[in-house]
Design a binder for this molecule. Structure first.
Ligand code: PRP
Length: 210
């Protein structure tokens, strides 16, 4: 159990937002524990700051349910999660987009869309009045477009290297994403003296006084 054992529990996602998120919080004066053991998933000493290393889609869950007080996660994952967390700061790092992607030779109607973002994709379909089945996949979504599992995919594009390597085409950008600092709503009240100044420093990029 971590609840009550640490002054603050921070959730960071492995992958594209980890290093920038860690640096942003450290730069804002939060004394994060060092990542000493590469295999450990929970860092920090009792009474201090705990750091949880999570899969990116799990960060909003840990923060919303109050296991972590705060976290850093991409807006793409936040949109997908539907979790009701407080999102006070756009850190601006890790810019990427959620796009509709196809094989260049696929020209028929889009009847099946594969994605790691089924809720987001369903929302887009509703907004546009498009009818298509959504196939939820866990990763390597480009393969669905390459193999014909789906007529198109909705996935993250950052540099575009994965798309180019697979010979796929970005048809449309559906949403833009950057890293967000998120806060559990109850923790915001209970740990206000710690969190309000931290949010302010993250917003202004200022370091703590003294
Ligand atoms: C995303 C996406 C692509 C890749 C795109 O995966 O699924 O594979 O990044 O990036 P690029 O445009 O720079 O090539 P991600 O690394 O986010 O994996 P995960 O979400 O499955 O952990």
């Amino acid at each position: 159990m971590v609840r009550g054992r640490y002054a603050l529990v921070v959730a960071l996602p492995k992958g594209r937002h980890f290093a920038d998120g860690y640096q942003a919080l450290l730069g804002a004066g939060l004394p994060l524990p060092p990542i000493e053991n590469g295999r450990a998933l929970l860092h920090g000493r009792e009474g201090g700051i705990a750091l949880l290393e999570l899969r990116n889609h799990d960060v909003p869950t840990y923060v919303d349910l109050g296991i972590a007080d705060v976290g850093v996660v991409g807006k793409d994952v936040l949109l997908e999660s539907g979790r009701d967390v407080y999102e006070p700061v756009d850190l601006g790092t890790g810019a990427c987009r959620l796009s509709l992607i196809r094989h260049p030779e696929a020209t028929g109607p889009i009847r099946r869309i594969a994605t790691k973002y089924p809720r987001f994709t369903a929302q887009i379909l509703r907004e546009r009045g498009w009818a298509a089945d959504i196939i939820e996949l866990a990763g390597n979504v480009e393969l669905a477009a390459l193999t014909g599992l789906a007529d198109a995919v909705v996935d993250v594009v950052q540099t575009g290297a994965t798309l180019r390597a697979a010979g796929l085409v970005e048809l449309e950008v559906l949403a833009h994403s950057t890293a967000r600092f998120i806060v559990n709503r109850q923790a915001l009240k209970l740990k206000r003296d710690l969190l309000r100044p931290l949010i302010e420093r993250l917003r202004t990029g200022a370091r703590p006084q003294g």
